[in-house]
Structures are given as structure tokens and as C-alpha cells.
Write a protein that binds this ligand. Structure first.
Ligand SMILES: [Zn+2]
Length: 119
């Protein structure tokens, strides 16, 4: 499995058998995604070490900026006013917040997965 497919599937980086997140979260219900502690199939720990996902925040930041720029450019292409673009950017960021949270953590987890990880 490639890096992109592992991130998009949200499965264990080692075996691909279990979903990393047990709850996807919902921004409309103020529910954050919840991760499993370990893979139930191969026992791979999704919590590598304390503070491991601190770096995932940078991934989340990059995703958020990319989405903001995309909405801004779309607003300019469709000749929408700046207030509408601002509102659109805020709405998109709020709606995609849990998606960004999950994808950034999956990107970070898969980025540092090595075949020799046994724990
Ligand atoms: Zn696994």
C-alpha cells in the first residue's frame, strides 16, 4: 500500500487491517475524532510516544492554509465579494476541522512508520 492510500484509508500503517480512528468526529455536533490505542490485528501502537502528534499540527496547518487559499482563489474566480470570501473561508475551515485533524495525524503517523517498528 502506498503512503497516500494508507492516509486516505485511515488504516494501520503496519498491516492496514484496523482503522486508526474509532470515532470520526463531527464538527456540527462538536465531537472530536478519537483514536484507537493500538491496532487490534497486529498490536501496532498508534500513540508512538508522548507528544508524537505535536508535529501533526504542522500538517494540519498546511492543510488549512491550502484550503483557505483554494476558497480564496475560487472566490476571486467567481468574482465574489471579499466579505463572502471571508465567510466562505471560515465555513470551510470549520466544516473541514475534524477532517484536517484526522488526515494530519494519519499523515504524521504514516510519515514516521518504518518497516522495522515492532512495538
Ligand atoms: Zn495493524
Amino acid at each position: 500500500m502506498s503512503y497516500v492510500s494508507k492516509v486516505l484509508d485511515g488504516t494501520c500503517p503496519k498491516c492496514g487491517g484496523t482503522k486508526v480512528f474509532k470515532v470520526k468526529g463531527n464538527p456540527f455536533l462538536f465531537r472530536m475524532p478519537v483514536m484507537n490505542e493500538r491496532c487490534s490485528k497486529c498490536n501496532y501502537s498508534f500513540h508512538r510516544e508522548p507528544g508524537f502528534y505535536f508535529g501533526g499540527m504542522y500538517m494540519s496547518y498546511a492543510l488549512t492554509v491550502a484550503e483557505m487559499v483554494a476558497v480564496f482563489v475560487l472566490g476571486l474566480l467567481f468574482n465574489v465579494g471579499f466579505l463572502s470570501i471571508f465567510i466562505g473561508v471560515v465555513l470551510v475551515i470549520l466544516i473541514l476541522s475534524t477532517f484536517n485533524y484526522r488526515v494530519s495525524r494519519l499523515m504524521w503517523l504514516n510519515l514516521f512508520y518504518k518497516k522495522e517498528d515492532e512495538v
